[in-house]
Design a protein around this ligand. Structure first.
Ligand SMILES: CC(C)(COP(=O)(O)OP(=O)(O)OC[C@H]1O[C@@H](n2cnc3c(N)ncnc32)[C@H](O)[C@@H]1OP(=O)(O)O)[C@@H](O)C(=O)NCCC(=O)NCCS
Length: 186
C-alpha cells in the first residue's frame, strides 16, 4: 500500500511501502540513457516486447522525437536516479483514433515489485486525460505475470488475445490487447 500520494508542480510524489521517496516527473532529453538502459533490460528479459534488438542511442533519438506534444514520457526518480519510465504512444495515425493512446511502462530490474509500475500508471492516466485522451490501450504478453497483475490491478480489462501474433526468438507468441477508459468518450 502506498502511504503517501501527493500531486505537486506537474509531478507526482509517492512514498512506497519501503519508505523510499519516488517522484514522477516529465522526462528530459538527459534521461534518455537511463531510459534506454531500463528499456533494454525489458528487451533482454524477453517478457515485455516483441523487440529483440537492444535500443541504440540513435534508436532512442528517433523514439524521443516521436514523443513530442500529447505523447509524453515520464520518469520515476529515486534520489536523482531514474528507476522507471512510462510513455503515451500513438495508437494510430488515423484521426478517428485521436482520443486513444497506447502505453509503455518499464521499471528497472532492481526496483520491480515496489509499486513503481503502479505509481507510473496512475500518473500516466492523469497525463493522458490532460492531453485529451479518453482511452488507453496496451498490448502485452499473457505470460507477463507482473504486467498482468499491474494492469488488471489498476482497472485494465482484457479485450482479447491474438494467438501466435508475434515472432520472437524463433517462435510465434500470443499477444493480449487490454483497454481502460479514463474519461468520458465521444
Ligand atoms: C511490468 C512492470 C512494469 C511492473 O512494474 P512493478 O513496479 O514491478 O509492479 P508493481 O510493484 O507496481 O506491482 C504491480 C502488481 O504486480 C504484482 N507483481 C509485481 N511483480 C510481479 C511478478 N514478478 N510476478 C507476479 N506479480 C507481480 C505486484 O504484487 C502488484 O500486484 P498487487 O497490486 O496485487 O500487489 C515491471 O515488472 C517491469 O518493468 N517489467 C519489465 C518490463 C515490462 O514487462 N513492461 C510491461 C510491458 S507490457
Amino acid at each position: 500500500m502506498l502511504n503517501a500520494w501527493k500531486n505537486f508542480g506537474g509531478g507526482l510524489e509517492a512514498v512506497d511501502e519501503t519508505g523510499g521517496n519516488i517522484v514522477v516527473r516529465p522526462a528530459r532529453a538527459e534521461d534518455l540513457n537511463d531510459i534506454r538502459d531500463i528499456y533494454n533490460q525489458g528487451i533482454t528479459d524477453r517478457i515485455a516486447t516483441l523487440d529483440s534488438d537492444l535500443k541504440t542511442p540513435p534508436d532512442m533519438d528517433t523514439w524521443w522525437t516521436a514523443h513530442g506534444g500529447r505523447y509524453t514520457v515520464s520518469v520515476a526518480v529515486h534520489e536523482a536516479a531514474v528507476v522507471g519510465w512510462s510513455s503515451l504512444n500513438p495508437y494510430s495515425q488515423r484521426p478517428a483514433y485521436r482520443g486513444v493512446a497506447e502505453l509503455s511502462v518499464y521499471v528497472d530490474r532492481a526496483w520491480r515489485g515496489r509499486h513503481i509500475g503502479r505509481i507510473l500508471l496512475r500518473e500516466l492516466e492523469g497525463e493522458a486525460r490532460r492531453n485529451g485522451f479518453y482511452k488507453i490501450v496496451l498490448f502485452t504478453f499473457p505470460h507477463n505475470q507482473a504486467g498482468q497483475r499491474l494492469y488488471r490491478g489498476v482497472g485494465y480489462r482484457e479485450v482479447g488475445t491474438f494467438y501466435r501474433q508475434g515472432y520472437l526468438d524463433g517462435r510465434y507468441v500470443d499477444v493480449m490487447a487490454m483497454e481502460k477508459f479514463i474519461a468520458d468518450g465521444p
